[in-house]
Design a protein around this ligand. Sequence first.
Ligand SMILES: [Zn+2]
Length: 505
Amino acid sequence: MKRFVVAVFKHETNTFSPLPTPLEAFDRYNPRPGGPVYGEEAVATYRGTNTPVAAYIDLIEEEASEPVFAIAASATPGGPVADSAFEHCAAVICDTVTAGCDGLFLDLHGGMVTETHDDPEGELLRRIRAIAPGLPIAVAFDFHTNLSQTTVDNATVITGYRTYPHVDTYETGMRAGRTLMRAMRGEVEPVIIWHSLPILSHLNRQTPSRQPMKDIMDLAIAAESGGEVLNASVFGCFPLADIPHVGMHGVIVAEGAAEASARRLLHELMSMAWERRRDFVFETEPVATSIARAKGLGDGPIVLADHSDVAGSGGSTDVTDVLREIIAQGLENVCAGPIWDPDSVARMAEAGSGAEITLSLGGKTDFPAIGLKGEPLEVRGTVKRITDGTFTVTAPMKTGTRICMGRSAVLDTGPMEILVTSERHEPFDTGCFTHAGVDPAQKNYIVLKSRQHFRAGFEPILKDVVMVSGRGICSSDYSLFPWRNLRRPIFPLDPETTVDLPPMP
Ligand SMILES: [Zn+2]
């Protein structure tokens, strides 16, 4: 029987974020806090979920084999990953390969940076390739991957998510895994060609469900569905990483014989993205203007997306600017959160359900990289509910995974119910509120620390969305960040950037 190894090792690193990422943080979706899980426990954690690795498990079982699950290590985005965490996870994967492996199926994010490595995914693949030179390796990457030549050189198949919010994650695993299985059966001989554009695109303008990205992604999807190439991916880039290989990438996996048509496709994808580069720029507006606009929109629920302070992009989710303005402008029937503040949760738990309490909420994090200091917000209200912060996702993104926000509490101020949590979490499923007895569907305003992923779970109940450009380490104002290691020139920091597009064959 063939031995197929699978592994999950994921982190999106905001290199400006002051939040540490030790090994213990790699417990996202796992059955208990404190770090990665392994083997059978990892299989049980991911089986049947909307994730790439769940697709790998199904594919391997179709081959009448059993997956050898090396490690399930996924952490909420934050600052650079501790070297010790990277070394541990990389060693587990390499040791499992060394023990015998006919095919390796990796579920990686692609946006990781460690204390030492600006390209840890490339480093991981380089180490694996050194152990097993001929090993077939498939990698399913996030849409926000920052890809390097080292990664491309050491993988057999690369594919990425085609959606943002990422709702096609299982399907992406299937697409990567199927091509690798075909390669192992000798049906195809994949080659990878790719190109990277110097575009620091804005996260708020990247989604393939809308322009300017829609036409580009549709072209890639059509080429793959039509059998012109084996896999075609476009990566939007994760811009909040001060490393050389940030950019928008096109990656084509093709049969050697079909390389010319793959090169034509790559040229078309990259030309289209470059021509549209100005449309990937998001313009911010003052917070007070956005809140006033929301106030004039009529019946809700209206989502106020506080997109500069998002856990899913390395934010602390304890910046209070937007809440402060909402209170100042007197918005009513509001729910907000999750706000990360373990101290306030502990105080509410101590006071007990029904108690009146004044909190110095949030503002516990400073951001030296952008010269921003935390400013707590004084709020008074009633403790409505204390929970363990745990629920299972039913939204179309990461469906079936278990979310643990740590001990959580709801403060009811009258006009606003605020969900406060002990762990950071980007809300993409209404369960974060409903598990605590808050029904966002009944609110005029839903304040979310999210920019795009909230649409996965909240789209069915929302009437409108207002993007609110508060302060935080995920800001869309790139002039705030002390860039040092980016390749230059890069658009839009250098508006006159010119490029060599991949040649038309
Ligand atoms: Zn992503």
